[in-house]
Design a protein around this ligand. Structure first.
Ligand SMILES: [Zn+2]
Length: 350
């Protein structure tokens, strides 16, 4: 067998090409078969090393013959590749057809977050009562957030622990994430002469994080300033609002309270929406029969002075409420964090 001449060996290789490629069943086979002929240890590569066995005049024609056989290998390889492609296509076509009568997957449709739903409803009520909607930046000067609202310099909210202070670009500026939307009241009054009648919805930020406090929550404040505004205007506007939100006949009450920027100040309660004041063990009102809804009062003259309004001539009222708290009351949610954990199963159930 090893006496076979290089020429006989080459002829044997040439005869084996077609059969070898015909046996290839996939791309991997194809690579292996090709390597058997023209790879580093392939038969055609090795046979070139036998050229010295041939007499001089036969060497050049032998080299040409080797190249011809390499050409055969190339053609056989590309034919086999084409055969494998059409076999794959035939297999694809012989599979069962796609069943287009199967029902499709229903796309999940989003909806408005319960806090935003509550806020939009409250905005609708107040705009129908003639209030404009005013907005302002969430990053504020401490001057607008505290000083102009008459906060005494030692007020605990000014402590670093209760507010998110930020580095400021201009030396001397104290900059923070606003702790209430009252900053927008200040901006409204600084930019408009009286009369003013506007609500200010928006996100506010405090260093709080427990079952009833979130570091970010939503407030909506309102402000009405004109000549001759009295406490009865305040009460009338808020009762109209609560009746629209909770239905006719809802009972409300004022309780005296303290806020730095109003005098007098009050909190407004509605009767418990869950037990109507009849369940001494009610978890929502804790048996009191009342729910705190908002804080309000007549704007303090100090505030008017700080924004350039004449406190002798103008009177005004202001109020503020937590949208998240109202949302919790409406939907009977006992932990504010549920509203911000963004569990779609929970939010979708509201
Ligand atoms: Zn109750």
């Amino acid at each position: 067998m090893d006496q076979e001449s290089p020429i006989e060996a080459l002829d044997a290789i040439a005869r084996s090409v077609d059969e070898a490629f015909a046996a290839a069943r996939d791309d991997n086979d194809l690579r292996q078969v090709t390597a058997r002929f023209t790879g580093r240890d392939g038969s055609l590569t090795k046979i070139m090393k036998r050229i010295p066995e041939l007499p001089g005049p036969e060497r050049k024609p032998f080299g040409q013959r080797v190249n011809e056989v390499k050409g055969l290998v190339e053609r056989a390889q590309s034919n086999a590749a084409e055969r494998l492609r059409s076999e794959a296509r035939a297999r694809e076509l012989s599979r069962p057809a796609l069943d287009i009568t199967l029902p499709g997957r229903r796309p999940r449709i989003g909806r408005i977050h319960p806090c935003m739903r509550t806020m939009h409803e409250i905005i609708d009520v107040f705009t129908s009562l003639g209030f404009d909607v005013a907005e302002g930046p969430e990053v504020e000067l401490a001057e607008n957030n505290f000083d102009r609202l008459g906060f005494p310099p030692d007020h605990p909210a000014m402590d670093m622990h209760d507010s998110f202070f930020l580095p400021s670009r201009r030396p001397g500026d104290r900059v923070l994430l606003r702790t209430h939307t009252s900053t927008v009241q200040v901006r409204e009054m600084l930019s408009h002469p009286p009369p003013v009648q506007a609500i200010m919805p928006g996100a506010v930020f405090r260093r709080d994080d427990d079952a009833t406090h979130s570091p970010m929550f939503f407030q909506l404040e309102g402000l009405m300033v004109d000549e001759g505004i009295t406490l009865s205007n305040l009460r009338g506007a808020l009762e109209a609002f609560l009746t629209r939100l909770f239905g006719a006949g809802v009972k409300t009450r004022f309780r005296a309270s303290y806020f730095p920027f109003v005098e007098p100040g009050a909190e407004m309660d509605v009767e418990c929406l869950i037990c109507g004041g009849r369940d001494p063990h009610c978890r929502v009102c804790k048996g009191t029969g009342w729910l705190e809804i908002l804080g309000c009062g007549m704007v303090h003259p100090v505030v008017f002075e700080s924004v350039g309004y004449d406190p002798e001539r103008y009177r005004g009222f202001a109020f503020g409420m937590g949208i998240d708290r109202l949302t919790m009351l409406r939907y009977g949610i006992n932990d504010i964090r549920h509203l911000f954990e963004n569990d779609v199963r929970f939010l979708g159930s509201l």
